[in-house]
Write a protein that binds this ligand. Sequence first.
Ligand code: ADP
Length: 184
Amino acid sequence: MTAQVHAHTPNGLTIWLTGLSGAGKSTLAALLTDRLREQGQAVEWLDGDELRRSLGRGLGFSREDRFENIRRAVYIAGLLNRHGVITVVSVISPYADMRSYARQELPGFVEVYVDCPLPVCEVRDVKGLYAKARTGEIPCFTGISDPYEAPADPELKLHTAERTPEQCMEKLISWLTEHRLYQL
Ligand code: ADP
């Protein structure tokens, strides 16, 4: 007999992945959403690049525009949460005050610091952006010519330079389960 598994999340939850470009936010978000979906959980993934393409037209990379981008992500996450949908948000979100805003607005907010040293992100250079940032072709690039304020007290820190993506994802799932934020 095959056991029927019902994922159960009493209230919506937002898993907020913050970190430098190339730290591994999207990779982990993809693994996590796949895993939760397999378990029958309603889940949505809001990715920074996609958000900018869809809802962020006209927004640049000034502090104000970055904040506005986050405000929009928080608004959507809030709507989804209200319907019990786990929302995974993968956005650099470099300023502490924008993450505080998200925490304040979203009752089930879990801040996950996807922590990877800048030199490692730069070697990975997944999208070739660091090279362009170094030459100045891309201005205001987080970690190079724009600040990244590392979270002081995140719910969870994942060291992606020292672990595989699967190990990081398992750690995240374990943390959620241990804290009874997610249960099968
Ligand atoms: P971001 O979304 O933060 O800009 P990406 O997920 O696009 O970063 O890229 C991260 C890169 O680092 C990918 O090529 C991924 O395979 C690699 N990587 C190596 N180890 C890890 C890990 N533990 N977690 C996530 N990504 C990792």
